[in-house]
Write a protein that binds this ligand. Structure first.
Ligand code: ATP
Length: 349
């Protein structure tokens, strides 16, 4: 049985549905990234798990303990579910060790729990400092030590790195992910950033409009998106009109081998990094963006707009004529009228 189970969670605010039958499981020690666009209900789901919000319907069970069901509601302080917010706020007038002790009872403090957790995050030597004397990265490690101190069963993180600048963000999130695995903490990270979800999550749950639309390992969700919407949300994707027959899809970039059994008019997902551009041909470059580590070309071919990526500095300019070829795995296709939330092809392995 999974360590955390949320079953059929629904919630309305002022009559408007915000969560619509969400079911989610997390294994013990697993890190799950909850990824979705702004307003899709991620924070509401986290708050319901923490007991800060009461769902209209649904059941939450953690480690055999029923926390929410139609007859029961365990208050947040008795759930042993910790929540780390965006600002990781520390109390400025308390030392680092007092911050970490906050919320612990006397016996736990006597056991040296605060120092133990500060050692875990490598900051025991800063126990007597005040938050104003810490770097941004150190402050977040202290906040993490504080979240771990009461020994929660599950830690929930709500957009924990969004206030950090790019360099620090990559470092801190890698540290936090490593630490969660080291201590075997079951955790859920809410983010709207695909890269972040892939770095943090053993699995990723993709949410849209109050529903979970796909759950899987990062590579599964990227390579086998469950719908055109998921494909476009998870990184850049060309979604081209095509026609499918006998395992092949006819597309503006030629006839391509296809995964799955779609027949007839379809929409084909092609990742920009699987397209190669060479001089001379039917396609015309419309724009070029150089990112340093790679270059993105936007081009038009047979009436379709395409985006490609090349791991090199730009060698083409707008107006250049080029040819485009596909070199990637068998493409994923969806029936032309595919619903927003559809069952897509699944990995064959
Ligand atoms: P973001 O990434 O922008 O934080 P989110 O996916 O976390 O978004 P939620 O914060 O869960 O989304 O909000 C989902 C919807 O519910 C939004 O439309 C929001 O305005 C609405 N909502 C959230 N809390 C309340 C509330 N207490 N009262 C009324 N509406 C609310």
């Amino acid at each position: 049985m999974p360590y955390l189970q949320a079953q059929d969670i629904s919630k309305r605010f002022n009559g408007a549905p915000v969560l619509d039958g969400v079911t989610l499981t997390v294994e013990q020690g697993e890190s799950l990234a909850l990824l979705g666009p702004s307003g899709c209900g991620k924070t509401t789901l986290l708050r319901i798990l923490a007991g800060l919000e009461i769902p209209d319907r649904g059941t939450i069970v953690v480690e055999d303990a029923v926390l929410t069901d139609p007859e029961r509601f365990v208050p947040p302080e008795d759930r042993r579910i910790g929540m780390v917010f965006q600002d990781w706020a520390l109390f400025p007038h308390m030392t680092v060790s007092k911050n970490v002790c906050f919320g612990l009872d006397r016996s736990e403090i006597d056991q040296g729990r605060a120092i133990e957790k500060l050692e875990l995050v490598g900051l025991a030597h800063l126990a007597d400092r005040y938050p104003g004397e810490l770097s941004g990265g150190q402050a977040q490690r202290v906040a993490l030590a504080r979240a771990l101190a009461p020994r929660p069963r599950v830690l929930l993180f709500d957009e924990p790195f969004s206030n950090l600048d790019t360099g620090l963000r990559a470092q801190v999130r890698a540290d936090v992910a490593a630490l969660m695995h080291e201590v075997g903490m079951t955790s859920i990270f809410v983010t709207h950033d695909q890269e972040e979800a892939f770095v943090l999550g053993d699995r990723v749950a993709v949410m849209n409009e109050g529903r979970i639309v796909q759950v899987g390992r990062p590579s599964e969700v990227y390579q086998y998106p469950a719908s055109p919407w998921v494909a476009a949300f998870m990184g850049a994707a060309n979604i081209l009109d095509g026609s499918a027959a006998d395992g092949r899809a006819s597309t503006p970039v030629g006839e391509l081998r296809m995964a799955g059994a779609v027949q007839g008019p379809c929409r084909v997902v092609i990742r920009p990094e699987h397209l190669t551009v060479e001089p001379g041909g039917q396609a015309v470059i419309s724009s070029v963006e150089y990112y340093g580590h790679d270059t993105s070309y936007e081009l038009e071919l047979n009436g379709a707009k395409l985006v490609t990526r090349a791991m090199a500095a730009p060698i083409f300019a707008p107006g250049d004529r080029v040819s485009v070829s596909y070199s990637g795995p068998d493409v994923i296709a969806f029936p032309a009228g595919a619903a927003h939330i559809s069952e897509g092809p699944t990995p064959s392995s």
